[in-house]
Design a protein around this ligand. Structure first.
Ligand code: PMP
Length: 392
């Protein structure tokens, strides 16, 4: 037995897919000419699977800010926030996020993944309990595991199942943290936040909402599902990322609990990694400012989302129950999805192909994510491509 025998199953699964669709493991984006266009494996494609919700990756002000920061402060911080890696931009961005979320504290992290790892592994620990929605992102699962708290899943968006578990835990007299997402990353559906908050209050639990996919997308000011649902005051910790609507890389947690600040000294994923580069911080700050100043970006995103959703629904494709900037088409088996995914690529459309175990029900998903930067003509082309493959 060698060190690598355990990868044999993975290698076989990979080979089966590769025989059916050679492009699948070889997607390399080249010649990226805008937020919605690139050359993939020699073909010019429309990008419809990027999470670039507001299309800000090519915003001229963001690019200028990023270049200027590199010129003025260098290409990297070369250290962690606790040592030499706190520059004035990091502190300013934390204040700007606190102002945006109207919360007293914010900590930023090198990625959204690290934000979940850092917060969830630190605020609860051995003897305490995390109740997480089964469809939560891998970074949430990993953060929960890292801290040593007991982790219990409840069925996706099932408030009855959540209450059953809270009832059982009430006898134990321990701290309970509920973790959900705003807009779920795979299906684009919303958490039933008002009902979850009623339960949180009834059982004296705490609540984290990961708004990674809802920042800039939901709520009057783009603060996410909690804002849209009018329940921000009852959310203890908002977590999010800069890698989607803000078009950069990084993560954050905002809260009104003053103790959030202490996490800086207690959280290994915060202490033991280098901080974000000046360029990243500068483009993120600019993107945040633009997002706040231009609600029309969110409106354009939703126009595009509604347009594609109704087109795909009209094709009788198995899409989710409501329009969203994440539109996932479900396929019962992986082979069917692979054929359509490959066909889309040949027609010049890139979408995300999601395979088990990342899918909620063991099937496959073709996940489209839309952008304010898509033109109506591009949305129509995406719809036409699905139509020609579906009706073929
Ligand atoms: N949370 C959720 C819900 C996500 O979907 C993702 C990434 N897709 C992350 C966190 C991690 O974010 P990042 O890419 O910034 O690490």
């Amino acid at each position: 037995m060698t060190l690598f025998d355990k990868f044999a199953q993975l290698a076989n699964a990979r080979q089966v897919i590769e025989e059916k669709c050679s492009d699948f493991f070889n997607i390399v984006m080249g010649d990226i000419s805008s937020a919605t266009e690139a050359v993939v494996n020699g073909r010019k494609v429309i990008l419809a699977g990027t999470n670039n919700y507001l299309g800000l990756t090519f915003n001229k002000e963001c690019i200028r800010a990023s270049c200027l920061a590199a010129e003025q402060e260098g290409t990297g911080t070369t250290g962690s926030r606790m040592a030499n890696g706190t520059f004035s931009g990091h502190v300013a961005l934390e204040h700007e996020l606190s102002d945006f979320f109207e919360r007293s504290q914010t900590i930023i992290f090198s990625t959204g993944y690290v934000a979940n790892l850092a917060i969830l592994s630190t605020i609860v620990g051995p003897g305490e309990v995390i109740l997480l929605d089964a469809d939560c992102h891998a970074s949430i699962y990993d953060g929960c595991r890292l801290g040593g708290a007991e982790v219990i899943r409840f069925r996706h968006n099932d408030v009855g199942d959540l209450e059953k578990r809270l009832q059982r835990l009430a006898k134990r007299n321990t701290n309970v943290l509920i973790v959900v997402e705003g807009l779920y990353s795979m299906m684009g559906d919303r958490a039933p936040l008002a009902d979850i908050i009623s339960l949180k209050k009834k059982y004296g639990a705490y609540l984290v909402v990961d708004e990674a996919h809802s920042l800039g997308v939901l709520g009057k000011n783009g603060r996410g599902l909690a804002e849209e649902a009018g329940v921000e005051d009852s959310v203890d910790f908002v977590i999010g990322t800069f890698s989607k609507s803000l078009g950069a890389i990084g993560g954050f947690c905002s809260s009104n609990h003053a103790e959030l600040n202490l996490i800086r000294y207690a959280s290994r994923p915060y202490v033991f990694t280098a901080s974000s580069s000046p360029s990243t911080i500068a483009s993120t700050r600019t993107a945040l400012r633009i997002m706040r100043a231009k609600p029309e970006l969110k409106h354009q995103l939703w126009n595009n989302a509604n347009l594609l959703y109704s087109r795909l629904q009209g094709l009788d494709l198995n899409v989710g129950p409501a329009a969203s900037p994440i539109i996932a088409v479900r396929y019962a088996n992986v082979e069917d999805a692979l054929v359509i995914w490959n066909g889309l690529l040949e027609l010049g459309i890139y979408v995300n192909m999601v395979l088990p175990p990342a899918t909620p029900d063991g099937g496959a998903l073709l996940r489209c994510s839309l952008s304010a930067a898509h033109t109506t003509a591009q949305i129509e082309k995406i719809g036409d491509a699905f139509a020609s493959l579906t009706e073929a």
